[in-house]
Write a protein that binds this ligand. Structure first.
Ligand code: FES
Length: 74
């Protein structure tokens, strides 16, 4: 699904890409506001925001989403 506005709107539009099972990629720099009001900033050109909740560097992705979960012994 694609939607397009006028040229000026398209130039201001921030590109965001959702990775299935992984992070949300956002063009940086970004200022991320957390639910508690804290802010996390990143100056990287592309910022991976954790969408799985397993990152030890939350809200930034640390690739923990790639790690397999152990099955519990039955
Ligand atoms: S999406 Fe990568 S650690 Fe959560």
């Amino acid at each position: 699904m694609t939607s397009s506005g006028d040229d000026a709107t398209d130039k201001r539009r921030t590109a965001v890409r959702v990775v299935r099972g992984g992070p949300v990629l956002v063009e940086g720099p970004v200022d991320i506001e957390l639910p508690d009001g804290c802010h996390v900033q990143s100056d990287r050109f592309m910022v991976a925001i954790c969408a799985c909740g397993r990152s030890k560097n939350y809200p930034l992705c640390d690739t923990s989403h790639r790690k397999r979960r152990r099955r519990s012994a039955d």
